[in-house]
Write a protein that binds this ligand. Structure first.
Ligand code: MLT
Length: 328
């Protein structure tokens, strides 16, 4: 008789929930569809990346992987859903920097990003770019900077919630330019980008997986790469440093997690499937088309993702707190 696995949830007044994950024990894993939770809205960079990996990994695992966009509160609602799920390999989480920043930003977060999860491996690395609605009144980066400095809070800055990638990038840009813009939070940069294309908001700093396609299609304008150098995906767009502005340098990495207590053989199978996905030429080509890269296979490992998360918790959470940023 296989033993059920039990797990305890944080933030529920010490209540220890026993979740029987035994149903799947004894059967070859996976024997039914897997859910991959993306805690940001459909149509954004995280959603696109998750769908690329779900499609590649389901070929290896021989079972369908369903993407579940449970968005809100800077990814913490979807992340809590995975922390609460049975640790049986059938509910996974794809997430980026907000897994680290939410720990510092949300009082009473109902999970701990390290203690309640098993890292499977890193998946992608990608840069960010500052974009604006198509009729934004600046013909180049110099004019863009001058406009932001002259108009400050009359310019709206869309982002995906406190501690999200787009929020961090926006904060770095405002600090580098010494301006304060009017922040408009969304449940993801998918809906933020829709509003940017519709002209309802002015500016967004987003990952290239979201911005390169609409920039190339002429639906939004790109003003600056949010790093020290121009991006191969948008070679005509200057880096912020070319306008003499320092301090805007950000890269976003996504990684895959399972709930704490997921059996080791299941985790090993998932890491192997992730490593196959990052090495898949089709996956690499699709990501390259969006200006991002799949990590090297040796980074698609629990050890690499664990170290990456620890580094982001140690550096970014503190930075946000020091900058006086609060979520609740
Ligand atoms: C998204 O998928 O919407 C983004 O990753 C959100 C963000 O962090 O900017």
């Amino acid at each position: 008789m296989p033993l059920p696995t039990f797990r305890c949830l944080r933030g529920l007044a010490g209540l220890c929930l026993a979740l029987a994950a035994s149903a799947a024990v004894g059967q070859a894993y996976p024997s039914r569809p897997i859910t991959m939770v993306m805690p940001y809205a459909p149509g954004g960079p995280g959603d696109t990346i998750t769908r690329v990996f779900a499609a590649a990994m389901q070929k290896t695992l021989g079972q369908q992987i369903v993407v579940d966009n449970t968005a809100g509160a800077s990814g913490s609602i979807g992340t809590a859903k995975v922390a609460r799920a049975a640790p049986d390999g059938y509910t996974l989480l794809m997430i980026h920097v907000s897994h680290a920043t939410n720990l510092a930003m949300y009082k009473g977060l109902p999970y701990h990003p390290v203690d309640d999860f098993e890292p499977i491996g890193s998946a992608t690395n990608g840069p960010m770019v500052v974009v604006a609605r198509n009729d934004f009144p600046a013909k180049d980066l110099e004019e863009f900077i001058a406009y932001l400095r002259a108009n400050g809070p009359r310019v709206s800055l869309a982002h995906a919630g406190v501690g999200s990638a787009s929020h961090l990038c926006g904060l770095m840009m405002m600090s580098a330019l010494n301006v304060k813009l009017n922040e408009i939070p969304y449940k993801g940069t998918g809906p933020a980008l829709n509003d940017l294309m519709g002209g309802q908001v002015d500016v967004l700093c987003d990952q290239t997986s979201g911005t390169v396609p609409p920039v190339k299609a002429g639906r939004i304008k790109a003003y600056a790469a949010a790093g020290k150098a121009r991006l191969p995906s948008l070679p005509g767009v200057p880096a912020m440093t070319e306008a003499g502005v320092q301090g805007l340098d950000i890269n976003i990495s996504f990684g895959l997690y399972a709930p704490k207590g997921t059996p080791k053989p299941v985790l090993e199978q998932l890491t192997a499937a992730l490593q196959k996905a990052v090495a898949d030429p089709e996956v690499r080509a699709r990501l390259e088309g969006m200006g991002i890269s799949a990590v090297a296979a040796e980074q698609a490992t629990p050890a690499h993702l664990r170290a990456h998360l620890k580094n982001e918790i140690d550096t970014l959470g503190g930075l946000l707190v020091k900058a006086g940023v609060k979520a609740n």
